[in-house]
Design a protein around this ligand. Structure first.
Ligand SMILES: [Ca+2]
Length: 228
């Protein structure tokens, strides 16, 4: 009888223990989301948990000069060469037909402002079990109109994984554009979250519109398709 009551007591505590452990940030699947590791040093650096790619120049460093949270942020400098591109990716398993949020905070480097024809965007590549791509979701771009004074959110909010998707590559892409980029962007506080399949379930930006968060000052006449 004593064991019975102890069991009841322990079972009763389980939801409390679970609830206390399950903070809002437990839902963030992004690795090293605040780019706090490795510690910023001179020269280029790839943040822990992420893969880096580039056509020519590695523009990635960790910066302590400006950050949205913590002690450092990711600085991505343009290559200053037409049509070049680079970026960071993170691959993980996903479930087809579920909704996902992918967002970052970004700001122009005030000591070396982001400009020229450069543009940055978030891309999710949805993949089948055999690794082939089904489709991709592309965020609004940020370009020379990016603020140097306040952090802005770029978000793919509540995008639905296509049926059959089992893997996704979440990428932060920086393109130099047709005439070459200038300056650098700073990026911090990545959020990757899987939402429920219920239509009532919404993300942190449920009441915002990703296309209202940033208004480019230039017409989007340039090619916004991700270079491969
Ligand atoms: Ca940070």
């Amino acid at each position: 009888m004593k064991t019975f009551w102890i069991t009841i007591l322990l079972l009763g505590m389980l939801p409390t223990l679970y609830a206390s452990a399950a903070g809002a940030d437990d839902r963030n699947m992004a690795p090293n989301p605040s780019f706090e590791s490795p510690p910023a040093i001179q020269g280029t650096a790839v943040p822990d948990g992420w893969s880096f790619f580039t056509t020519q120049v590695n523009g990635a460093t960790l910066s302590r000069q400006t950050k949205h949270s913590g002690e450092q942020s990711l600085r991505l400098a343009t290559q200053k060469i037409p049509k070049m591109f680079q970026g960071l990716t993170f691959s993980r398993a996903v479930s087809g037909e579920k909704k996902y949020v992918f967002s970052v905070y970004t700001i122009s480097d005030k000591t070396d402002p982001f400009g020229g024809s450069a543009y940055m965007s978030l891309i999710i590549e949805w993949k089948r079990a055999d690794g082939t791509e089904i489709s991709r979701s592309i965020s609004k771009i940020v370009d020379a109109g990016l603020s140097r004074l306040r952090w802005e959110i770029v978000a793919l909010d509540g995008v639905v994984a296509p049926k059959g998707a089992v893997q996704a590559v979440f990428g932060i892409h920086l393109n130099d554009g047709p005439t070459g980029g200038k300056g650098a962007v700073l990026i911090d506080d990545v959020r990757i979250e899987e939402l429920g399949t219920s239509p009532e379930t919404t993300g942190d930006f449920a009441h915002s519109n990703q296309f209202k968060l940033h208004r480019p000052t230039q017409p989007e006449s340039h090619d916004r398709s991700p270079a491969r």
